[in-house]
Design a protein around this ligand. Structure first.
Ligand SMILES: C[S@@+](CC[C@H](N)C(=O)[O-])C[C@H]1O[C@@H](n2cnc3c(N)ncnc32)[C@H](O)[C@@H]1O
Length: 243
């Protein structure tokens, strides 16, 4: 019922302006969200920083099984919010180096506080993975990033490009793909786009499927498309023959 009311409120004139004013007045985290939405940095996807500890236990366990935990292993939490995901990964990978990237400066400041004292974590404010050396990561996690919370609800929007665009998704996942070593794993979950519809996906093979999570799915034309029942969520970067 609450979700239905919120969905219909979105269509009322002035709803978004009022919501911004409300967030601004609340101060703190809400004001920082209002500022982020006003600034709309290039490649901003999900602006909300909802996260919890060990949010993806099966996916994390799968990756832990595939990737060795040693000091020269490197993981990337892309869209790491306030560092919750990095804390979960650290429980599984005691020795690996972990990078965290988030587009929201305030999130990274909070993640730095949370993870101070862990010398093998490095945090960056960025909207893609070009801040990392090419072919350096063993696993990249982009979980609940390539979506926008205002597209779903009771009646999904017919097109998404008012908020997020497939073309931006394609550019950013290409930078994530570049950051992976051959054989490395790319994890994408809770997304409004399908990685398989990007050109760079040709260099990857799906290795783990999970039931779709109910988020609406948009195609390369940014139009709503039927959601598949199962989606690939982990992709392996196929080593180039003779490379
Ligand atoms: C819902 S949180 C996901 C947190 C965590 N990955 C999880 O699943 O629990 C989405 C995060 O993505 C970040 N984000 C959105 N677009 C981004 C981009 N282009 N580059 C980096 N971070 C981005 C937001 O700032 C926010 O912290």
């Amino acid at each position: 019922m609450k979700g239905r009311v919120r969905t219909w409120c979105r269509y009322l004139p002035g709803y978004h302006a009022l919501r911004m004013l409300w967030w601004w007045g609340k101060g703190g985290e809400s004001r920082s969200l209002a500022l982020l939405l006003l600034r709309r940095p290039r490649h901003l996807f999900q602006p909300y920083n909802t996260s919890t500890a060990n949010r993806y236990p099966e996916l994390f366990a799968f990756v832990r099984h595939q990737v060795a935990d040693q000091p020269d292993s490197r993981l990337l939490s892309f869209g790491c919010a306030r560092g919750e995901e990095i804390v979960s990964l650290r429980r599984l990978f005691g020795q690996a180096h972990i990078d965290g990237i988030d587009i929201n400066r305030r999130n990274i400041a909070q993640a730095r506080q949370r993870l101070a004292g862990d010398p093998s974590v490095r945090l960056h404010v960025a909207g893609d993975a070009s801040v990392l050396p090419a072919a350096s990561c063993d696993a990249v996690f982009a979980l609940a990033v390539f979506r926008h919370g205002d597209l779903g609800g009771v009646k999904p929007a017919a097109r998404c490009d008012r908020l997020i665009r497939f073309q931006d998704f394609e550019q950013v996942v290409t930078s994530l793909a570049d950051s992976l070593r051959p054989g490395g794993l790319l994890c994408i979950r809770h997304a409004n786009f399908l990685f398989s519809q990007t050109a760079v996906a040709q260099g990857f093979e799906p290795v783990l499927y999970q039931p779709a999570c109910g988020s609406p799915v948009y195609g390369p034309d940014n139009l709503l498309m039927p959601s598949p029942a199962q989606v690939p969520v982990v992709f392996r970067k196929v080593p180039v023959q003779g490379g």
